[in-house]
Design a protein around this ligand. Structure first.
Ligand code: ATP
Ligand code: MG
Length: 428
């Protein structure tokens, strides 16, 4: 026997019935984006490495350690995308979307790639659903609205008990001064910090605030807070974002330690955590990124957005409910004898054209066996086409659960099946 293959470490297959839940979540996202007037952008899976180095930041973990980078045949360095905001902004500049009137509200759905240590809720190929608003306005209502959007989406998926944390990390005016203050404070407690945090005092002190190391927590709690160092414009913006959230009835908590692992964020940052996920409990992260468009060669533009980890949202949903997603089969067609097969093929086509899901036997089987197959397929109805039915120009409709049978003409049958069925494809 030849050796078999396994999916590469950190990647996985999403099989039925789980794929039905994925579709449900993605369709819910599309529906929520539609009502908030966001339109889809479809982006390449790989880009020039330089795009990520310049936007996400060359010194971030994502770019320095986690990217799948390779040399293309012409020598260009390209990378599988670790996130999609860089690509959205690249596309925005490349296609001159800023010349279109009003704000550009976009969403994307698709896989991202980061070479991290695989664990529960952490994969090397994972999936994100994301939203971005680009344009001339940095109104706090935009930050609040995209936050409201993601909370509505999560709720419509049926997940309860998520928490929203918000923060402001200032701007190029006030943050550098704060970072120096923070660095000074960190230097004083350096010997008590672990190796990662010690290193970050030099490279990126803000990231120390993000540390999950238990022993460091009491020290970090006593560090100076960015909220005491915001310039008046940033403070005003932050206050208005919070007020907007209150006015919209979106519950949140403030967390001054919430910084993000990407360099391009300014002012608003936020994160949503979900229950039941253990250490990897962040399902969504986002914030404002004014200036990123300029950094990638475009005109002065404001931006705000988020990315939600679909894998984690789905894990949380699966944890919260035992109900299996279902894609019920409407009809299993049973035919007896070759003349019936010719009719069955036509009938299957007609039903499918009318939107009814149909499966059927491909080889002739006895009635009892065929009904067993219909049962195993989870069909709501079996349709039986035998010699008698052919002779009378009728079809037998059998309700699988009750065993109740009726004899109908083809037109009656189509009408019967067109009635809305009670599907159980809710995941609550
Ligand atoms: P974390 O702190 O959990 O590593 P992050 O800050 O790196 O998250 P972002 O870059 O903000 O995450 O991405 C947004 C969301 O994408 C995260 O909140 C998470 O739900 C999801 N995500 C990020 N990395 C992974 C991964 N390797 N596997 C699965 N989901 C991920
Ligand atoms: Mg990460």
């Amino acid at each position: 026997m030849k050796r078999g293959f396994q999916a590469v470490k950190g990647t996985r297959d999403i099989l039925p019935p789980d794929s039905a839940l994925w579709n449900h979540v993605e369709q819910t996202a599309r529906e929520v984006f539609r009502v908030y007037n966001f339109q889809e952008i479809r982006l390449p899976i790989f880009e020039e490495t330089e795009l990520f180095a310049r936007s996400v930041g060359a010194d971030t973990d994502i770019v320095s350690k986690e990217m799948y980078t390779f040399e293309d045949r012409d020598g260009t360095s390209v990378s599988l995308r670790p996130e999609a905001t860089a690509s959205v902004v690249r596309a925005y500049v490349e296609h001159g979307l800023h010349t279109r009137p009003g704000l550009t509200k976009l969403y994307y759905i698709g896989p991202m790639f980061r070479r991290e240590r695989p664990q529960k809720g952490r994969f090397r190929q994972f999936y994100q659903i994301g939203a971005e608003v680009l344009g001339p306005s940095d109104h706090p209502a935009l930050d609040a609205e995209i936050i409201e959007l993601v909370m509505v989406f999560i709720e419509r998926c049926g997940l309860r008990g998520c928490a929203l944390y918000v923060n402001s990390i200032g701007c190029s005016q006030c943050r550098p001064k704060y970072v120096e203050t923070l660095r000074g404070a960190l230097q004083k407690v350096k010997s008590k910090l672990g190796p990662d945090s010690q290193r970050r005092i030099e490279t990126n002190p803000l990231r120390v605030l993000d540390s999950k190391v238990e022993a460091e927590q009491p020290l970090i709690e006593k560090l100076p807070s960015i909220l005491d160092h915001l310039c008046s414009a940033c403070r005003d913006h932050y206050e208005k974002v919070k007020q907007e959230l209150k006015d919209r009835g979106v519950p949140f908590e403030e967390n001054w330690r919430l910084v993000r692992g990407l360099d391009y964020y300014v002012r608003t940052t936020f994160e949503v955590t979900a229950p039941g996920l253990g250490a990897q409990n962040a399902v969504c992260g986002g914030g404002r990124y004014d200036g990123l468009v300029e950094l990638l060669g475009g005109p002065p533009t404001k931006g705000t957005g988020w990315a939600l980890g679909t894998d984690r949202l789905i894990l949380a949903l699966q944890q919260a409910t035992t109900a299996k997603p279902e894609t019920p089969l409407d009809v299993f067609l049973v035919w007896l004898g070759q003349p019936a097969y010719a009719r069955a093929r036509q009938l299957a086509r007609r039903l499918r054209d009318a939107g009814t899901s149909v499966d059927l036997t491909y080889e002739e089987a006895k009635l009892k066996k065929a009904l067993g197959l219909a049962d195993r397929a989870g069909a709501r109805f079996a349709l039986i086409l035998g010699e008698n039915e052919l002779a009378q120009n009728k079809i037998t409709l059998r309700e699988m659960q009750s065993g109740h049978q009726r004899s109908l003409s083809e037109d009656e049958l189509l009408k019967e099946l067109a009635k809305p069925q009670m599907h159980t494809d809710e995941h609550r």
